[in-house]
Design a protein around this ligand. Structure first.
Ligand code: HEM
Length: 269
């Protein structure tokens, strides 16, 4: 991607920049959201059980979930929305916006060209909008079948699912990809694994979900939990699926991943 692409064909010189922007904008945000999801599963075991029951009923144990299963998994879809609400990685909207003309809001004068940050956290933790906001409860989104893009297009902001993809005309352009990645990540994690608090000296090690890293894009501070395969058959199928993905997607020269974090090196009990 660092090489000038015109030497390899008729691609625009902007191609590598665009690809890199997409990769950068999408990888950190999606990975941080997945960490938030894992933390939620460790803290709210009842939600995890309910999600696994739905996956087991629709998919069973003979294959991993695919995108084709999405319409049949409303609880997982609601869980994606709830994760994005509960641990909004773009806690302040990620990118400052500016007013195109002067305005007044609640008695405050806002000059033209003023920088405006979207306080996502404040909206998501508003008791009136989301009662008991620190409780992770996908049921909040029961019956909300809109995907993130359709929800964002709603001119009535009070009906929006969440604001983690931003708001207004300039908004995340990768949200369709993000929702699909999160669907596959979350449904497959729960298909294959149980996520539980770490037990030390016979007691669960406490997790504080209000401890988030600082910055424009946040994630939970380091916490401990156990992630164990639900059974040997699923562990074997995950390994096989990893080998297949490696063959199809990973560059054989760079391997794209650091040696020490690949699944090959992980031990399943
Ligand atoms: C959970 C995952 C994601 C979250 C929470 C997220 C959130 C956001 C937010 C809040 C913005 C700023 C929008 C604005 O106000 O201008 C943004 C911008 C952007 N996102 Fe995402 N995003 C995610 C995943 C992705 C993915 C997977 C891609 C690409 C495939 C992507 C591509 C972009 C791009 C290109 C921008 C820049 C838009 C601009 O500069 O106007 N995002 N994202």
């Amino acid at each position: 991607m660092n090489k000038h692409p015109t030497s390899q064909g008729n691609l625009s010189p902007l191609t590598p920049l665009i690809s890199r922007t997409l990769l950068e904008a999408g990888s950190d945000t999606t990975a941080s959201t997945m960490v938030g999801f894992i933390q939620a599963m460790a803290c709210f075991p009842e939600v995890q059980k309910k999600a696994q029951a739905e996956i087991d009923r629709v998919i069973g144990s003979d294959r991993l979930p695919t995108m084709a299963d999405e319409p049949q998994l409303p609880y997982i879809r609601a869980m994606i929305k709830e994760t994005l609400r509960w641990m909004p990685t773009t806690i302040l909207g990620a990118v400052p916006h500016a007013t195109s003309k002067e305005d007044e809001y609640n008695g405050y004068y806002i000059p033209q060209g003023a920088s405006v940050m979207l306080n996502v956290w404040a909206i998501h933790m508003d008791e009136k909008r989301h009662p008991n906001p620190r409780e992770f409860r996908p049921e909040r989104y029961e019956g909300d079948d809109l995907n993130a893009a359709d929800s964002a297009a709603n001119p009535d902001a009070s009906k929006r699912d969440h604001f983690t993809f931003g708001s207004g005309r300039r908004i995340c352009q990768g949200m369709h990809v993000a929702e699909r990645s999160l669907f596959l990540g979350m449904s497959r994690m729960l298909w294959g694994f149980n996520i539980t608090p770490k037990i030390r000296d016979g007691k669960p090690v406490p997790i504080n979900p209000d401890k988030l890293t600082q910055g424009f894009v946040c994630m939970p501070e380091t916490f401990e939990c156990d992630i164990k395969p639900r059974d040997g058959k699923r562990a074997r199928m995950i390994r096989e699926s990893w080998q297949q993905a490696k063959k199809e997607c990973v560059d054989p020269v760079t391997e794209q991943l650091r040696e020490d974090v690949t699944l090959d090196k992980m031990s399943f009990e």
